[in-house]
Design a protein around this ligand. Structure first.
Ligand SMILES: Cc1cc2nc3c(=O)[nH]c(=O)nc-3n(C[C@H](O)[C@H](O)[C@H](O)COP(=O)(O)OP(=O)(O)OC[C@H]3O[C@@H](n4cnc5c(N)ncnc54)[C@H](O)[C@@H]3O)c2cc1C
Length: 322
């Protein structure tokens, strides 16, 4: 069997997991091994049926409802030891990579992260991204079980036609207290009104050039009229102008909107890693030599505090004219 880890927020399966499941399904078709999934935290996972999942292992003891990497990895490890899957996958999110690393450490199974291509068989080969995607590495994984995480925004999610019923198996064992030392203890909701960096078609990103937390108002107004989400460079998040959760880049989010509007961001490689999945990039910067212009599909040289309000006003005008 092939075992895929399902990342979700209180039952809502993440779009990045759906991408990973497309890769898992392709591997299932190539190897003939049925696709199983494993999820923690409780939730309504019937939609996984349409992703080609034949069987779901669900650890739903109350002590495992909130994310606890060691405790969750312990549950995944038990399923691996019991069922000996040929491949174990997760999406290469922070959580997916962390959990797979813990699971690999517990089970001793080899792990390759950020894979963009997997060729099962002997040798079992993967191509994976290193150094934020600036290097592609070919690697062979040995052993009867291989673990990997799939790079984000590489595989296209899709539903299967003629989905078969999925069976669900509940694992009710409690977590060992010592495995819950690191765990989620509370949540702070952002005020994103339904759109976030991963679901928005347009992301408006701001950097040092925005100047202050208040300066982000012009980005929020633009995002508001186009149903976009606001992100930030590391300078913007380090300065406390935006929450760290919306940082774009190597140590932040990897996003893939239809359009990324980068305002007052110079275009350091660590930032570009985060937005290279964007279909188009519009750069607004007052320095015509800013490196980001070399990656831009569209560019505006000028002060973002003049350009963004003008853009927002024009969009509002056109919208109200119908
Ligand atoms: C290990 C590591 C990991 C990192 N991870 C990340 C990451 O995940 N994300 C990330 O973003 N960075 C990351 N960085 C930092 C990265 O190297 C850059 O320092 C950072 O991206 C720069 O942010 P910035 O573009 O906002 O600021 P700057 O580089 O200072 O650029 C500001 C830009 O704003 C322009 N500007 C100024 N005023 C205006 C105005 N009024 N209108 C228009 N333009 C204006 C300037 O011309 C300039 O181009 C990382 C660095 C390291 C070493």
């Amino acid at each position: 069997m092939i075992l895929a880890f399902i990342e979700h927020d209180r039952g809502a399966v993440s779009s990045l997991t759906l991408q990973m499941l497309a890769a898992a399904r392709a591997l299932s078709a190539q190897t003939g091994d049925p696709l199983h999934a494993i999820a923690g935290g409780g939730g309504e996972f019937q939609q996984l049926e349409r992703q080609g999942v034949a069987h779901l292992h669900c650890f739903d003891h109350e002590s495992l409802h909130e994310y606890a990497p060691t405790a969750w990895a312990r549950c995944i490890s038990r399923v691996i030891e019991q069922h000996k899957p040929s491949i174990v996958l997760a999406a290469a999110t922070d959580r997916g990579n962390e959990l797979m690393a813990w699971t690999a450490a517990i089970t001793g199974v080899p792990l390759a992260v950020n894979c963009i291509h997997v060729r099962p068989g002997e040798p079992f080969q993967v191509i994976r991204q290193r150094y934020g995607g600036s290097l592609l590495e070919e690697a062979n994984l040995h052993g009867s079980t291989r673990m990997l995480t799939t790079a984000l925004h590489v595989f296209e999610p899709a539903e299967v036609e003629n989905a078969l019923p999925m069976t669900v198996e509940t694992i009710s064992a409690a977590a060992d207290e010592k495995d819950r030392r690191a765990r989620v203890v509370s949540r702070e909701e952002t005020q994103s009104a339904g759109v976030n960096l991963h679901t928005a078609r347009v992301v408006v990103g701001g950097g040092r050039g925005v100047g202050s937390a208040e300066g982000f108002r012009v980005l929020e107004e633009l995002a508001g009229v186009i149903n976009g989400a606001v992100g930030g460079s590391r300078v913007a998040t380090n300065n406390g102008w935006r929450p760290h959760a919306v940082q774009v880049g190597l140590t932040g989010n990897r996003i893939a909107p239809v359009l990324y509007i980068a305002c007052g961001i110079s275009g350091a490689i660590q930032h570009q890693v985060g937005c290279k999945g964007a279909k188009r990039i519009l750069v607004i910067n007052k320095d015509r030599e800013a490196p980001f212009f070399r990656r831009a599909d569209h560019g505006v040289i000028g002060d973002l505090h003049e350009i963004l309000p003008a853009l927002t006003a024009e969009i509002r005008k056109r919208k109200s004219a119908g």
